[in-house]
Design a protein around this ligand. Structure first.
Ligand code: ADP
Ligand code: MG
Length: 624
């Protein structure tokens, strides 16, 4: 058999960019090339093991392994596996292009700090290119069982050559022609040290070949099968980094072996920082599934609900068939049971952190709190446990960090207060300055400030805590009104009866009614949602999302009877002037609410007219 002529091809443009960055930003963390190439070799072996489930002949009696052969005379390091191998098309696809969507994100995420960037490489699926950090020429010989062998050569400068090859055994060999300054990676002691550091927990043997001697350098035992008592914190952290490619340590973890009805081992980690795609709803979560130590799938969404998608780790069970598919995982009773146990374990971990390391919990909350909140909506069964894990901004604390818990709030409630009060707003500043807080502030009533978009839904699904209903202070619900009721208000109602009626008519279609308010001490007017109406902010969020909202109700315009502008409104007989002032008050209230004006230009014109009238000290009606 003769080989075809080598064909020269260009790397895809993005690939070139990644290559350059990888090489230039990582020279101080060169050693990671070995972690990446060994991990690829190990992945290739796992893929073969998986395919062999359906076609046992593929594997036969082979022992899957990775062999490292340094050749000092040739100046090469050879990393060889007997895994799945690649066809020519796969080589072009996998080594010549970066089709993965992560590439752009990778380029954007590079920080210039090579310690951090070294970790990103694995995370974004560009690990192979790290070969060029230490090699000025890389040769790949590879063969799938069902396709001819392929040879790929490149100096990493923008082009590669590809041709068929006579390689006859299945698997892949990556041959690194090491640069002069990187010859340290030919020393057996150095290689042994790196394998132990990065690849000890891989479940297949990693063999170091020196002349005729072969030595297995790693433990070659699945990490999670080892007894807890044998494992140190450092071991857990090293495995975490291997699993996730995170450069930070994990915050906490739980390693459990369950025997009984269902048999499984789980290892769950709580990371310190968020992956770049945390907020993509289709992100499937970070739990790997193994069946009897065979890797089955990544990101098994069925093993943890989306609101715990920040958890990382794995489950290894003997109670699922090896050929389990994603379809089979759905509605599978064994999976359901494992899932519910993992949910409990994850919440245990969080409760433990909150109770024993509150500062660390606060850090967790800052990073993942918004995701955990989804659980209030998604998982009614765990609502109470999750509710205790929530953290809020509060009028009782001036800080920027949300640290009030519902339990603390209830503990601080005066005996005659029936509800837990909250206010939602787009930002913390907007919440703190909201007119809705004027009365509660005057009366010393604590209000929780909810400033995440999802909080509208969280509050409505949470509904109550410890038997106390949640009440939005911007609604006209009876208990909110009674909590801030004042004797003056009743008197003012009759004084302003005429004014509120005129307003109601004038602003038909914009408000349900106008009424005197006890809420305000500084602002002239405020918009509140009807007792059973949806909050104004919720209505706005739905509108922005382009959803038509069948539950939209008109707000109530409440007036501060002690404000000079409201006094003036009452005394304005001229209909045109009354209308100008009324619209300005309504528009102002809408702006204070974080809402948008239907016609900002008219608002500006009206305000200017009022100012000019005021400046001219017009002896007539408005602002005279
Ligand atoms: P990732 O491993 O994250 O997918 P890499 O850049 O490390 O990204 O590798 C790119 C792809 O090249 C792999 O997904 C795999 O398909 C292929 N590949 C790399 N090394 C091997 C190998 N030793 N055997 C088979 N395929 C490999
Ligand atoms: Mg890889």
């Amino acid at each position: 058999m003769t080989d075809t002529q080598p064909q020269t091809k260009e790397f895809q443009a993005e690939t070139k960019q990644v290559l350059r960055l990888v090489i230039h930003s990582l020279y101080s963390h060169k050693e990671i090339f070995l972690r990446e190439l060994v991990s690829n070799a190990s992945d290739a072996c796992e893929k073969l093991r998986f395919e062999a489930l359906a076609k046992p002949d593929l594997l036969g009696a082979d022992v899957l392994s990775v062999t490292l052969t340094p050749d000092a005379a040739a100046g090469t390091l050879n990393i060889k596996d007997n895994g799945i191998g690649m066809s020519e098309a796969e080589v072009i696809d996998n080594l010549g292009t970066i089709a993965r969507s992560g590439t752009k994100k990778f380029l954007e995420t590079l920080s210039g700090d090579s310690a951090k960037d070294a970790q990103l490489i694995g995370q974004f699926g560009v690990g192979f290119y790290s070969a060029f950090i230490v090699a000025d020429k890389v040769t790949v010989l590879t063969k799938r069982t069902d396709a001819p062998g392929v040879r790929w050569d490149s100096d990493g400068e923008g082009q590669y050559q590809i041709q068929t090859d006579q390689k006859s055994d299945r698997g892949t060999e990556v041959i690194l022609h090491l640069r002069d300054e990187d010859k340290e990676f030919l020393q057996p002691a150095r290689l042994r040290q790196l394998v132990r550091k990065y690849s000890d927990h891989l479940s297949l043997p990693i063999i170091l070949k020196e002349g005729e001697t072969e030595e297995t350098v790693n433990q070659a035992k699945a990490f999670w099968t080892r007894p807890k008592s044998d494992l140190t914190d450092e071991d857990y952290q090293a495995f975490y980094k291997h699993l996730t490619h995170d450069s930070e340590n994990a915050r906490v973890w739980a390693h459990n072996k369950v025997e009984g009805n269902i048999e499984y081992t789980s290892l769950l980690y709580l990371p310190k920082r968020a992956p770049f795609d945390l907020f993509e709803r289709e992100q499937k979560g970070g739990i790997q599934l193994y069946v009897k130590r065979v890797f089955i799938m990544d990101k098994a969404a069925e093993l943890l609900p989306p609101y715990l998608r920040f958890m990382r780790g794995l489950v290894d069970t003997a109670d699922l068939p090896l050929n389990v598919s994603r379809e089979l995982l759905q509605n599978n009773r064994t999976v359901e049971k494992i899932k519910s146990a993992l949910v409990k374990r994850s919440l245990d971990l969080l409760e433990d952190l909150a109770a024993n390391k509150p500062e660390e919990y606060a850090e967790f909350w800052k990073t993942f709190g918004v995701v955990l909140k989804e659980g209030i909506i998604e998982d009614p069964g765990q609502k109470e446990r999750i509710a205790k894990l929530l953290r809020f901004h509060s009028t009782a604390a001036a800080g920027d960090a949300p640290d009030a818990t519902l339990e603390q709030y209830v503990g601080r409630m005066p005996t005659d207060q029936k509800s837990i009060y909250y206010l939602t707003a787009d930002t913390l500043t907007a919440a703190r300055n909201s007119p809705h807080l004027e009365a509660s502030r005057a009366k010393g009533v604590e209000v929780l400030l909810l400033v995440d978009r999802i909080d509208e839904w969280v509050a409505s699904h949470l509904h109550e805590f410890d038997g106390k209903p949640l009440a939005n202070v911007s609604s006209s619900a009876a208990d909110v009104a009674s909590a801030i009721e004042t004797p003056e208000k009743a008197a003012a109602e009759s004084t302003f009866k005429d004014t509120t009626e005129r307003l109601g008519k004038l602003l038909t279609g914009k408000i349900a009614a106008a009424q005197v308010s006890a809420r305000l001490t500084e602002s002239p007017a405020v918009l509140v949602a009807g007792e059973f109406g949806m909050s104004l902010r919720m209505g706005r969020i739905l509108k922005q999302a382009g959803q038509n909202n069948p539950f939209a109700t008109l707000p109530i315009l409440e007036l501060n009877p002690k404000h000079p502008l409201i006094e003036r409104l009452k005394d304005t007989a001229d209909e045109t002037d009354f209308a100008d002032l009324a619209h300005v008050l309504y528009d102002q209230a809408m702006l204070a609410e974080g809402g948008e004006l239907d016609d900002p230009a008219i608002f500006v014109r009206r305000v200017n007219r009022l100012i000019v009238d005021g400046l001219a000290e017009k002896p007539k009606i408005i602002l005279s």
